[in-house]
Design a protein around this ligand. Structure first.
Ligand code: SAH
Ligand code: SF4
Ligand code: F3S
Length: 503
C-alpha cells in the first residue's frame, strides 16, 4: 500500500543533504576539545535566508486555497518538547494553523526519541500508520525529525520501507526546516538531512509555547559525556552553550509576559559555559537570572552529579527565584557499575554531593534516574542501587531497564542476566521507591504549602493540578480562574504519586 501511495506522487530523486557547516568531533576528543564559537553560532545572514524560505513555503502552501494545517507529534524528553515548540513556531510563520490530529493535517512532523528501543518501536508504529493519511491526502507532507532521525540506520530504513515519509532531519538541522520543507514542496522529492554534525546554535527561531504559565528555555545543546549506554551524544552533537545575554533576554521576556515557571534545559546544565569565549558557569548564570524581577520560579534539568558541587548548591539556596529542587540522576548505586557506565563518580562521591546539597537546602526535593540491568550487573550490584535509594530517600525516581543502543559501547558488552532476572530487581527497586515516596508524601498532610496552579486535571473530584516549589504534584479543588496563580493550599491527603489539597 505504501508503495502504491508513493507511486502516486511524482518524485524526481531523493537527496541526502550534506551539511555546509561542520563535521562531528569524534568521541575520543569530545571532552578536551571545546568547539570554536565561530563554527557554532549560525550567522544572522543564514538565519535571514531561512526567513525567505519561510515566505516561499507560505507561498506554496497558499495554493491549497485554504488555511494550511499542521500537526506536530512529540516523543522523548523536554528538549524535544522545546524543539517541537520551535517547529510549530516555524509552521505558524508559514501560515499554518496547528491541529490535534494527523488526519486533519497538510504537514505532519513526528519529533522522535532514540533513548530506548521501545521509544523507537513506538515511533515506527506511528509512522507506519501515517500511510493512511497519505492515501486520503496524497499532497500531505510527512516529516520525521528528532533524535531517531539522526541515526543513519533509521534514516535508511525510512528511505527504503516508509516511502510515504517525505522529509527526514535530525535535531542539528532543525533551524533549516523552512529550507528543507521548501525542497519538498517545490520539487516533491524526498529530502534526508541527517549529516553527522557537532551542531550549532541558532537564535531567534519563532516559538509556540503551550501555555502562558510554564516555559522551557534551552541554555545549551548536546552532550560530551558519552555515558557508555547512551545514544544522546551521537544524535545531539557536542556540548554548546547559548550566550548568557541570549538566555537572560529570553527569561526576561517570559517573566515580563507573566510566565510563572521557567525550566532551563540542557543534557547536563552543569557543563554550561565551558565553551563560551568568556567562561561563566551554571551557578553564575543562575545568579544572573535571579536578578530579573518578577513573580516566577526557575527550575532546571538535568544536572550531572560529576559537575554539581557546593557552589551550585549555595547559589540555589541564595537565589529567591530558584526552586529547591534537584534532578540528580545517579543511574546506579554500585561504583563498579558506575565506572562501566562511564559516569565519572563513585557511590560515595554521589552520596557526599547529596549531603552537601541538603546541607545548603534542608527543604530540597530530590529526584533521580536509575538504570537496572546494565550489562554485567549482578544481583548484589542491583541491590546496591536499592540500598542507595533507601539511604537517599528520593522524592521520586524515573526507573528504566537497560536497553542496548546500537553504536554505544554498552550495546556490545556481555550481558548474561536474563530479562526475567532484571525484572525481579526492577520490581524490588520500585517497591522500595513507592514506599519511600508514599512516606514522604504523607509527611505533607496537614501542612500548608505554596503551589502554582498549572492546569486542569480532568478529574471531577480534584479538577485542578498544581505543583509545589519542589515540583511535587498537588491535585486541588477550585475553579479554573486559579490557573496561572500561586496559592497557599492545605494538604489533606496523599498517595505514592501525588498530594491532595484545598485552597
Ligand atoms: N542527560 C541526562 C539524561 C538524559 S536520558 C543525564 O545525564 O542525566 C534520560 C535517562 O534515560 C537517563 O538518565 C538514563 O537513566 C536513561 N537512559 C539513557 N540511556 C538508556 C539506555 N540505553 N537504557 C535504559 N535507560 C537509558
Ligand atoms: Fe546521556 Fe550521559 Fe549525556 Fe546524560 S550525560 S545525555 S546520560 S551521555
Ligand atoms: Fe530522547 Fe533525544 Fe531526549 S534521544 S531523551 S529526545 S535528547
Amino acid at each position: 500500500m505504501a508503495e502504491a501511495v508513493a507511486e502516486g506522487i511524482k518524485r524526481k530523486f531523493d537527496i541526502f543533504q550534506i551539511s555546509r557547516y561542520n563535521k562531528l568531533i569524534p568521541h575520543r576528543k569530545a571532552g578536551q576539545c571545546p568547539l570554536n564559537r565561530k563554527d557554532v553560532v549560525i550567522p544572522a545572514g543564514d538565519l535571514e535566508k531561512q526567513r525567505d524560505f519561510t515566505r516561499r513555503a507560505a507561498g506554496y502552501l497558499a495554493r491549497l486555497g485554504r488555511e494550511p494545517r499542521a500537526f506536530v507529534d512529540t516523543y522523548g524528553c523536554q528538549q524535544n518538547v522545546s524543539d517541537s515548540q520551535r517547529i510549530m513556531g516555524m509552521l505558524r510563520e508559514m501560515g499554518c494553523v496547528l491541529v490535534r490530529e494527523a488526519a486533519e493535517a497538510d504537514i505532519i512532523a513526528v519529533n522522535t526519541c532514540a533513548i530506548r528501543e521501545n521509544a523507537e518501536k513506538k515511533v515506527f508504529g506511528v509512522v507506519g500508520q501515517l500511510v493512511h493519511v497519505k492515501e486520503k491526502n496524497p499532497d500531505a507532507v510527512i516529516c520525521l525529525c528528532g533524535c531517531m532521525a539522526q541515526r543513519r540506520l533509521v534514516a535508511e530504513k525510512i528511505k527504503a520501507s516508509y516511502r510515504h515519509v517525505d522529509l527526514v532531519f535530525g535535531p542539528q538541522a532543525l533551524w533549516k526546516f523552512p529550507e528543507l520543507l521548501c525542497s519538498v514542496l517545490s520539487r516533491r522529492q524526498r529530502v534526508f538531512s541527517i549529516e553527522e554534525e557537532h551542531g550549532s546554535i541558532a537564535e531567534g527561531i519563532p516559538v509556540v509555547r503551550e501555555s502562558g504559565v510554564k516555559a522551557w528555555v534551552s541554555i545549551m545543546y548536546g552532550c560530551n559525556n558519552f555515558c557508555s549506554y547512551c545514544i544522546v551524544p551521537y544524535v545531539r552533537g557536542r556540548e554548546r552553550s547559548r550566550e548568557p545575554e541570549a538566555v537572560l533576554a529570553e527569561v526576561r521576556e517570559l517573566a515580563e509576559a507573566g510566565y510563572k515557571e521557567i525550566t532551563l534545559l540542557g543534557q547536563n546544565v552543569n557543563s554550561y559555559g565551558k565553551d563560551l569565549d568568556t567562561p561563566m558557569d551554571f551557578a553564575d548564570l543562575l545568579a544572573e537570572i535571579d536578578r530579573i524581577p518578577g513573580d516566577y520560579l526557575i527550575r532546571f534539568m538535568t544536572s550531572h552529579p560529576k559537575d554539581a558541587g557546593e557552589k551550585l548548591f549555595r547559589t540555589m539556596a541564595r537565589c529567591a527565584h530558584v526552586a529547591h529542587q534537584l534532578h540528580l540522576p545517579v543511574q546506579s548505586g554500585n561504583s563498579r557499575v558506575l565506572k562501566a557506565m562511564n559516569r565519572g563518580y563513585t557511590r560515595e562521591q554521589y552520596l557526599e554531593k547529596v549531603r552537601q546539597a541538603r546541607e545548603a537546602m534542608p527543604d530540597l526535593v530530590l529526584t533521580s534516574d536509575i538504570i537496572i540491568g546494565f550489562p554485567g550487573e549482578t544481583e548484589a550490584e542491583a541491590m546496591d542501587t536499592v540500598s542507595l535509594i533507601e539511604e537517599v530517600r528520593y522524592d521520586a525516581l524515573f526507573t528504566f531497564l537497560f536497553s542496548p543502543r546500537p553504536g554505544t559501547p554498552a550495546a556490545v558488552m556481555a550481558d548474561p542476566a536474563s530479562r526475567a532476572e532484571k525484572q525481579v530487581w526492577f520490581d524490588r527497586l520500585l517497591d522500595a521507591q513507592n514506599r519511600i515516596s508514599a512516606e514522604l508524601h504523607q509527611g505533607y498532610v496537614g501542612k500548608t504549602v505554596r503551589v502554582l496552579v498549572d492546569g486542569e486535571s480532568g478529574d471531577g473530584a480534584w479538577p485542578l493540578s498544581s505543583r509545589t516549589h519542589g515540583g511535587r504534584l498537588v491535585h486541588l479543588r477550585g475553579g479554573r480562574e486559579l490557573i496561572g496563580q500561586y496559592v497557599d493550599v492545605k494538604i489533606t491527603d496523599s498517595n505514592t504519586w501525588a498530594l491532595f489539597g484545598e485552597v
